[in-house]
Structure formats: C-alpha cells, structure tokens
Design a protein around this ligand. Structure first.
Ligand code: COA
Ligand code: AMP
Length: 633
C-alpha cells in the first residue's frame, strides 16, 4: 500500500482520531467535547461542544503570529484596470471595522446577512465580517436576477444586505442596485438595513432610512473583536439549484469547515503558508467560498480576487498574466475556462509571453473534465493537471488526486480516488453495490467528513428526503458514474434534472417553471444539450395552447427574455423551439433523457414505455434547424 492508501484507510478506520489530529491546526476558543457526535443518526455533527471563530482563524491568528505584513489578498481587476494588495493586518482592520458597523446596527450572532456583490475585495471583507460577529452570511451570485434574490431573501430572512452599486462584465455595466431594490420589493421579508458600496464606475441612489453608504459607515465604525461561536453553529448558507425553482440552502458549520479546509490546502493542493493560491471562480459559488476566501486565509496563504474573465479581458493570455505577475503557484478553475482559452488560442501561444516558472499545478472542478481539455492543459502548461470532484453540498473535494500526500497517476476522465474521509460506493437502483466498471448512483457512506453540510437551512425534512432517504446509511450525491478496479472514480452525469452550464449549476425544473408561466405555453421541457464551450446549454421545447395565433418566433423570443429576467443572464438560456407534442411514457412522464440523447446525436434506445414513438421523429425535425439531432460522426 502506498502512503495515500494508508492515510485514506486510517481516515475511515479511525475518523475521530484522524480529524482530531487535523483540528490541531485550528485555533479553538474551547476544545470540543466530542470529535464526532453520532448520537442522532443519520445526522452527524463534528466537534460538538467546541468553540472557535472562523474569522479569527483566517486573519487575527496570523497577525498575532507576526505575519501581519504578509499579503493576504490581491485584487486584480482588468475590467477596472486596478491591482490592490491587502496585508493580513489591513484585511483584519477592514473586516473588524465593517463588523463594527454591522454591530452598531444591531446585527449579531445568528442573524442572517445577504451579500450580493461583484468580485471585489469588499465581498470577501463582508463574508469575514459576518464570520467575525457570528452572523450567518448568504452570498448570492451577481448573475442572478431580482426574482432569485427575492426567493433567497424570503428564505434566509436577513437582518441586512451588503451590496455594491454595480458589477462590471466585459461588455456592460451591471447595475446591482435596481436589482436589489426590485428584489426587496418582491420579497415578503423586508431587511431593515442595506450597506451599499458606491463604485466609481456607476453610482446609485440610496434609499433613506434603509440604505447606508459603505464608505461613511466604515469611516465612523469602531472595530470589534471576534465572537466565539459553537463549532456546530452555521457559518453560512449558500443556495444552490435543486430539482425545483425553490433553491436549497446548503448550511456550512464553523468547526468542521475550518478543520477540513485547512487540512485540504496542504494535503490536496500541496500549498505552503505564504504562497499565492488562485481560485478563478466567483465568491457567489462554493468554489469561491472555500478556495477564494476561507481555505487560503485559514491556511495563511495569499488569495487572488480576480474581476475578469479567462478571455476578452483583454485576451486569452489573461490567466497567464495573473499567474506570472503575482507568482501564483496553483490555479483552480473550471474546465470551461480552459475551453474558452483554447478556442481563442488553440496553440497556447500566449503562454510563452509570460514567466510561469513558479506555477506548479492546475486544479479543475465544477463540471466533468473532458479528456481533451485535460490533455491540452497538460501539454501546454507542463504541470500536473488535477481534475477533482465536489459539490456545493460537500464544500470540498469528494474525489481528488491529493498532491500533498502522494501524487497518483492521472487517468483522464477521472477525478482520481475518494479523498480521506469519503467512503464511496456505486450502487444500483436497489441500493446494491455494483461491480467495478459498472455505472450506477454514486453514494458516500455516512458520516460524511467534516466541512460537509449537516442540513438544509430551515428544511431538515428536505435534507433527509433529497439526500439520505433513498440509500439508508449513505449520502446520495446525485451523480452517476463508476469506480474502476483501481478505485478511480468516474463521474459521468447527474441522476436528476440539474445541468452544468459553464461550471454553473442550474435546475432545468426551475427554467421549466418560468416557461410554463407563459400564457401561450401549454407544456414544456428543458434539456441540457452539449455545448463545446460551456459543457451544456439549456434548450427549451414548448407546446403551445390550441388556438394560439402568435408566431412561434415571437413566443420563443418572449420565453428567452422571461428566463433572463426571472432567473438571470447566468442561465444562458438562448434557444427554445415549438413542437407539436412532447414524448412521454404511457404514464405521462416526459422523456427528457431520451430527448437529450436525440439532441446530442447519441445512440439511444427508444424506451419501451413510450406512448408514441413517432413523436421522436417530430422532435428530431424540430431540433435540426437549431443545429441539434445530427448523428455524431
Ligand atoms: N454578474 C452579472 N452578470 C453575469 C455575472 C455576474 N457576476 N457572471 C456572468 N454574468 C452574465 C454574463 O455577462 C453573460 O451575460 P450575456 O448573456 O449578456 O453574455 C451570462 O451571465 C452568462 O455568463 P457565463 O455563462 O459565465 O458566460 P460568459 O460568456 O460570460 O463566460 C466563460 C464564459 C467560460 C468565460 C465563463 O463562464 C468562465 O470563466 N467560467 C469559468 C470559471 C467559473 O466561473 N467557474 C464557476 C465554478 S468553478
Ligand atoms: P456545484 O454544486 O455547483 O459545485 O455542482 C456540483 C456538480 O457539478 C456535481 O454534482 C457534478 O455533477 C458536477 N461536477 C463538479 N465537479 C466535477 C468533476 N470534477 N467531474 C464531474 N462532475 C463534476
């Protein structure tokens, strides 16, 4: 057995000993009573009885240890032509003052705070300020529309919202304030306070009595200290797509999260404190929470907040420029970013313009990594390229090649092996383990390791139903795939109606809810079709009401606008087509998977339960003009 096998085996044989040892790298205000509280299965809690503060661990402890002058955060914004550096001491000061400003408004432990911000340092400062006072933050991605923000406001019931006047996409300004105002108008819950950062690129009107100017608040704020919270208290709630329009509020606790993420920096990413680690994602996603904000700072590394894109800001050399300029040793992004770069610079010529001598590894996640992209990155960058698999629910990797323990041979298409703490199985529909190489549902034996989600916000029943009920004793990942003879995991597809668009997780059910609300639409289905850049794209199929006289073109245009308006530009919903009927089983279930295979030109078997096989020909005819349903060749 190699070193990785030993460590993995120990994590399963003695999880309490394993994670207690990892917990020594975290500062505790009070030590835990129990490493693993297993008194109420299938619900498990880590480090119960322990007290700590996540912000203290991310900032104050490093300053106290004499590392206050080390750079904690580099803000690199090609869209505003800005580079700004914050030392650990400066970041601590900003965070403590914002925490003081929030405290002065009566916000404290357990209160929820929504953060709706672009990729600017203030987004990180907001998250850490909440952690400092024990408030529970919920970051909402800037590409979501007002309606999505309103849903989250009503679910989280925040005491305050922290936002900025605008975001900057390469081609346009995104005024956040009108979206925020509209969301608060739509929501039943009305947060009493909003802190608004005025960006010089586009200022906004403040609403008297509710909105506070960020700059004014910071100028007069008294810094406050960290408040110790229970290890099992929530640090944040992050909403993610479920199977319906109602998103799931993934809860992250303080203790297990700090332990797992600190451990991951050395053992998975092979980083040393003081090195520059860059996750090119967005703070609105779990990758941003874990690897732009918490893990690098908990570990004492330097993080990069990048407000730009892999291409177009200004060109496909943007990532190489950032790596060279800031001495990044490891980059974490989604395969789609590399597909975008490769599309514009297929030979990787721009790489040669930069000094990447300090760059050691590339980590990819967020969607299945196609072997082509992996091999291109390996060949052009000449560093290990590590595909790793995780989910908003788990907060960190489920399967990865742990570079800091023992690099294992890479198999393209596989995120390598389950990481320490995860005992994975592939099972059939009866929950029986299948043989190596056979595809089935991927499940993880309970308890899941620290840092994973203990529940859903205000929805314990949904947590149980969605994740724990189908395979008792196991966590249902929602992903299907197989494990080979050597224990390598291959994640192939979702088992539900979640799709992955440019590494962003979307629910086709949520898009269908919007389409169905169009007055002329009788029935609809949304499927995720293959896209060479974004991995998948949502495609709508609409059946209109009898007697509708308006043109199909008008109706499809309207539904596209409705999805952008209600879900947001991030849905990337640009195509829909009107069909006469949808294929269904005899019991009336729409055959989405069959339509997806048809659209992608894959071989498929017409389901025996289909009501009328002729409908598939009609669908094929409707999809061809859009460029789909051509046999692969
Ligand atoms: N605020 C407002 N709008 C946003 C936004 C934000 N924070 N983020 C994206 N959008 C908009 C985009 O401008 C685009 O709008 P458009 O329809 O007017 O063009 C739309 O949402 C779709 O965005 P996206 O799917 O990201 O497409 P893109 O063409 O802007 O960029 C990539 C494509 C591949 C370059 C980009 O998605 C990317 O860099 N992805 C990899 C990194 C990543 O984000 N990973 C996430 C998980 S690790
Ligand atoms: P999110 O919660 O947004 O991080 O999306 C999680 C989903 O993205 C997973 O359930 C997978 O379907 C997919 N995913 C993430 N990383 C990978 C990967 N490395 N390989 C295959 N699928 C992945």
């Amino acid at each position: 057995m190699g070193q990785f096998d030993d460590i993995h085996a120990r994590s399963l044989a003695d999880p309490e000993g394993f994670w207690a040892e990892a917990a020594e790298d975290v500062h505790w205000a009070e030590r835990w009573d129990k490493v693993l509280d297993a008194s109420d299965p299938p619900y498990f809690r880590w480090f119960s009885g322990g007290k700590l503060n996540t912000c203290y661990n991310a900032l104050d402890r490093h300053v106290k240890a004499g590392r206050g002058d080390q750079i904690a955060l580099i803000y690199d914004s090609p869209v505003t032509d800005t580079i700004r550096r914050y030392s650990y001491r400066q970041l601590q000061d900003e965070v403590a003052r914002l925490a003081g400003a929030m405290t002065a408004k009566g916000i404290g432990k357990g209160d929820r705070v929504i953060i709706y911000m672009p990729m600017i340092p203030e987004a990180v400062i907001s998250m850490l300020a909440c952690a400092r006072i024990g408030a529970v933050h919920s970051v909402v991605f800037g590409g979501f529309a007002a309606n999505e923000l309103a849903t989250r406001i009503d679910d989280a019931q925040p005491e305050a919202i922290l936002s900025a006047s605008c975001g900057l996409e390469p081609s346009r300004k995104v005024p956040y304030k009108p979206l925020l105002d509209a969301a608060i108008m739509m929501a039943v819950h009305k947060p009493p306070t909003c802190f608004i950062l005025q960006r010089p690129e586009e200022r906004c009107e403040l609403m008297e009595g509710r909105d506070i100017d960020w700059g004014d608040a910071m100028a007069s704020a008294e810094p406050v200290d960290c408040v110790a919270v229970e290890a099992t208290d929530p640090l944040y709630v992050l909403y993610t797509s479920g199977t319906t329009g109602q998103p799931k509020g993934i809860v992250r606790d303080n203790g297990g999260h700090a332990v797992a993420l600190t451990w991951s920096m050395r053992n998975i990413y092979d980083i040393q404190p003081g090195e520059v680690f860059w996750a090119a994602s967005d703070v609105g996603w779990v990758v941003g929470h874990s690897y732009i904000v918490y893990a690098p700072l908990l570990f004492g590394a330097t993080t990069v907040v990048y407000e730009g894109k892999p291409v177009g800001t200004p060109d496909a050399g943007a990532f190489w420029r950032v790596i060279a300029q800031h001495g990044v040793v490891s980059l974490f992004t989604a395969p789609t970013a590399f597909r975008a770069i490769r599309q514009q610079d297929p030979e990787g010529r721009l790489i040669g313009d930069y000094d990447l001598s300090r760059f050691r590894s590339l980590f990819l996640a967020g969607e299945r990594c196609d072997p082509d992209t992996l091999e291109w990155a390996q060949e052009k960058l000449k560093v290990p390229v590590i595909d790793h698999w995780w989910q908003t629910e788990t907060g960190w990797s489920i399967a990865a090649n742990c570079l800091g323990i023992e690099p294992l041979p890479v198999k393209p298409g596989s995120p390598t092996r389950p990481v320490p703490g995860w005992d994975l199985k592939v099972v059939d529909s009866d929950g029986k383990p299948v043989s190596p190489g056979t595809v089935g549902a991927i499940v993880g034996k309970l308890p899941m390791p620290p840092g994973t989600f203990p529940t859903l916000w205000n929805a314990k029943d949904r947590y149980t139903r969605a994740y724990l009920a189908d395979y008792p004793g196991y966590y249902q990942t929602g992903d299907a795939g197989y494990i080979d003879e050597e224990g390598y995991v291959f994640v192939m597809a979702r088992t539900d109606d979640i799709i992955n668009v440019a590494g962003h997780r979307l629910s086709t059910g949520a898009i269908e809810e919007v389409l169905a609300s169009h007055p002329d639409v009788a029935e609809c289905a949304v499927i995720g079709v293959h896209d060479a850049l974004k991995g998948q794209l949502p495609l709508g199929l609409l059946v209109t009401n009898a007697g509708v006289e308006r043109s199909d073109e008008e109706i499809t245009k309207e539904v596209v606008a409705m999805v952008r308006d209600r879900i947001g530009p991030v849905a990337a919903f640009k195509s829909a087509t009107v069909v006469k009927r949808l294929p269904k089983t005899r019991s009336g279930k729409i055959l989405r998977a069959t339509m997806r295979a048809l659209a992608d030109g894959e071989d498929f078997k017409t389901p025996a339960t289909i009501d009328d096989p002729a409908i598939l020909d009609e669908i094929s005819d409707a999809l061809k003009p859009l460029g789909y349903a051509a046999p692969k060749g």
